[in-house]
Design a protein around this ligand. Structure first.
Ligand code: AMP
Ligand code: MG
Length: 332
């Protein structure tokens, strides 16, 4: 395995060529996208895709997102391209929005975990786009971390989690957005939000002519299994506890007790908490800025050996929905 630095704005041709060659030969390349680092393999090569599952320790019922370098490439992977897909792709691609559509048979069942649909996305990160275009194949890429861990937003996070299970890590610096893409299912009679992200339902609904966008109910017995929907996901090693802003007293005494017992306590806070917390990280009040910092903050609290991480709940508004979702999953 090697880690190679690459210019995030103008990726060096030779480096991209080398990475593309690895993908075309069935290898694994970790690369930056604007959301998180991805662990990529040729989506049309079943043996290569299997290596992703093995490297991550990811269960095979968990489908992967297929990344493309052009909108036309996505259209060739699916059996239908409804007007809603056209509108959303025109508006948000390249960018952090994943569309789920009926899949063509060329896509190995392993990619879609046996589902009749495939998730496709055109990322906007220059390194990801350059790699996709040089490889000239669609690239299946989940986040470049072991299954259920916090997603990587730096090459260092990838190296720590996957080490030499990857053939090459392209280090393009920290990712710009910091949480995974919004996922919307367009394969059924009506669009369904499968995973919230920084593109919110408020952004999406008007473009597909809906007053609002239904989210998949957690109680629904997974007719559409999707990795981001797994209960414990995006979790740090430490125990993560969420507290409502009006429960600061309880949170402070929880911290005090833990510290008394010799635990190392961290916190992600939107406002001051009067407690003997060793590693309190003040978080931004803007959702994009919060998302950019979130995973790096959790990785660093893990590295500091925290046993407990207290996290102040974020607002229950559409703009924060992606962040709320990741925090709730990490807290289970
Ligand atoms: P990640 O671990 O970031 O690659 O997450 C993959 C995401 O893709 C999940 O959250 C799912 O919502 C989604 N996904 C991938 N393929 C499908 C599919 N065929 N049907 C529904 N969701 C899918
Ligand atoms: Mg993941």
């Amino acid at each position: 395995m090697s880690v190679v630095r690459v210019d995030p704005f103008q990726p060096e041709q030779e480096i991209i060529k080398r990475a593309a060659e690895i993908i075309r030969r069935g290898g694994l390349v970790a690369f930056p996208t604007e959301t998180v680092y991805g662990l990529g393999a040729n989506a049309l090569d079943e043996v290569a895709v299997r290596r992703i599952f093995t490297a991550k320790g990811r269960p095979s019922y968990n489908p992967l997102i297929v990344h493309v370098g052009e909108v036309e490439e996505a259209q060739q992977l699916v059996r239908s391209w409804p007007e809603s897909a056209e509108q959303l792709a025109q508006h948000f691609w390249p960018g952090p929005l994943t569309l789920v559509l009926p899949k063509r048979p060329e896509i190995p069942d392993l990619v879609s975990a046996g589902l009749p649909t495939v998730a496709v996305r055109m990322p906007s990160h220059p390194v990801a786009l350059a790699l996709l275009r040089a490889a000239a194949v669609p690239i299946a890429a989940p986040s470049a971390n072991r299954f259920s861990e916090v997603s990587p937003t730096t090459a260092g996070h990838v190296e720590k989690s996957l080490g030499d299970r990857v053939d090459l890590i392209l280090d393009g610096g920290p990712t710009m957005l910091g949480i995974e893409s919004t996922v919307i299912d367009l394969s059924g009679p009506q669009p369904i939000l499968l995973r919230p992200g920084l593109i919110s339902t408020e952004d999406l609904a008007p473009l597909i002519g809906l007053p609002e966008l239904p989210a998949r109910q957690p109680s629904e017995t997974a007719p559409r299994p999707s990795p981001g929907m797994l209960d414990r996901h995006y979790a740090p090693r430490a125990e993560l506890r969420l507290f409502a802003p009006d429960r600061r007293k309880e949170a402070a005494s929880l911290a005090a007790r833990a510290v008394e017992e010799g635990q190392i306590v961290g916190a992600l806070l939107l406002s001051a908490l009067d407690a003997p917390i060793q590693h309190a990280i003040p978080m931004p009040h803007d959702p994009s800025a919060y998302a950019r910092l979130l995973y790096a903050a959790l990785h660093s609290l893990d590295d500091l050996g925290c046993h407990l991480i207290l996290v102040e709940e974020v607002p229950a508004t559409p703009a924060w929905a992606g962040i709320r979702d990741r925090l709730q999953r990490a807290a289970r």
